[in-house]
Design a protein around this ligand. Structure first.
Ligand SMILES: *Cc1c(COP(=O)(O)O)cnc(C)c1O
Length: 388
């Protein structure tokens, strides 16, 4: 039996919630999407939420709502899924990368600070910075928020990994130091809607812009429409260019049901992470580094090979684990090393901390329904590989 690195946990209650929608009048544009949005907003202690097809479109929509366009630049972490960077390119903007912190693997706030000083001198400050809460542990948002005030850039938190985590005892998503926070509901993430994503914000103006972008830039609200001859029927108007990024009610029903189970999921993930911490501590590995201002949701549990204390290479361990049925993974290849990004002019070595991480990291399986027996198997296989 293969052990995946992550997987969804679907209950009878989840299934019933979806079946109920299938038997109802509205499969999309019914009442469940607004209900799901309200539930996420409430969970995150934030005023507004806009649910969409996936986190990639949420990032795209967030960039558009913040008026990103040609001539602007976005900065993000190199150690993330490509979508965190692609959203800048969708808008015709430029992309650049801020190297990671070697302990938390998050975009490093100190490196950001130094890069901003240089950018100010050369007159190419970013319009938007997208910190990514790697594995579910928040970036140093207090510091990033302070820098955003000083240098005048906007902040979108890519919290695709981090629903259920906290920073300074506030839920990730409360957006205290950012303009917009984005979550993903892909099946490996904290809760799932199949595909799905959401953008949350405290700013009602940004929320309205995102609602418009999500649905073709069309409105049917009288006060938002231009005056037209009274004998013509104008029951809707397109005011700006938008997309169809709408989530279905089928997905929202699953999301609402999953959200009631989120705290259990997080508890289970933390228990599994604690056990890894304990049972792997004498192996030649660096275990996940903790920022004490954060509680991680543990979307990922990443170890780094301590290359000074083992002769095993990362790829040997990766292959051996997989041969034994443990589907370890690598999160992530630095985005700028992808062929598409190399064609934009980036090259190997651009972010030194990200490069050494790339040479050493392995994602071990972690998901709420993982059994003690599965985890024992993972630990013993890894122990054997590193001891031979
Ligand atoms: C999964 C993920 C995304 C994209 O999410 P989708 O819902 O699959 O579009 C974006 N950023 C990060 C960091 C992710 O892990």
């Amino acid at each position: 039996m293969l052990i995946p690195y992550g997987r969804q946990d679907i209950s009878e209650q989840d299934i019933e919630a979806v079946v109920d929608v299938l038997q109802s009048d509205f499969l999309t544009q019914g009442e469940l999407v607004p209900k799901f949005e309200a539930a996420i907003a409430n969970y995150c202690h934030v005023n507004h939420a806009v649910a969409v097809t996936n986190a990639t479109s949420a990032l795209h929509m967030a960039c558009l709502a913040l008026d990103l366009g040609p001539g602007d630049t976005v900065w993000t972490s190199p150690i993330t899924f490509v979508a965190s960077a692609n959203c800048a390119l969708f808008c015709g903007a430029n992309i650049d990368f801020v190297d990671i912190d070697p302990v938390t693997y998050n975009l490093c706030a100190e490196t950001l600070s130094r890069k901003l000083e240089q950018a100010e001198r050369s007159g190419n400050l970013p319009a938007i910075v997208i910190p990514v809460h790697f594995g579910g542990q928040s970036c140093d948002m207090a510091k990033i928020g302070e820098l955003s005030k000083r240098y005048g850039f906007k902040v979108i938190e890519d919290a695709s990994h981090a629903l259920g985590g906290t920073f300074q005892d506030q839920p990730i998503g409360s957006s205290a130091y950012s303009d917009i926070t984005v979550f993903s509901f892909h099946p490996v993430k904290m809760i799932t809607t199949g595909e799905g994503g959401i953008a949350v914000t405290q700013d009602i103006e940004l929320a309205h812009r995102m609602q418009s972008i999500r649905s073709h830039g069309i409105t049917n609200i009288e006060s938002e429409m231009l005056a037209r001859p009274g004998n013509e029927i104008w029951n809707y108007q397109q005011i700006q260019l938008g997309y169809n990024f709408r989530m279905t009610d089928i997905q929202a029903a699953l999301g609402l049901s999953q959200l009631t189970r989120l705290d259990d999921f997080v508890r289970n993930r933390r228990r599994i992470a604690d056990r890894y911490d304990e049972e792997l501590k004498s192996l030649p590995l660096h275990l996940p580094g903790k920022n004490l201002a954060c509680e991680s949701s543990y979307h990922l549990y990443v170890v780094r090979l301590d290359v000074n204390n083992t002769t095993k290479s990362q790829s040997e361990v990766f292959k051996a684990m997989r041969q034994n049925g443990v589907m370890v993974n690598l999160h992530y290849i630095p985005v700028y090393r992808q062929p598409y990004y190399e064609n934009l002019g980036f090259s190997s070595g651009y972010c030194p901390e990200a490069e050494s991480y790339f040479q050493e990291a392995l994602t071990l399986p972690i998901y709420p329904s993982m059994t003690d027996i599965q985890q024992s198997r993972i630990v013993s296989i890894l122990t054997d590989i590193l001891s031979n």
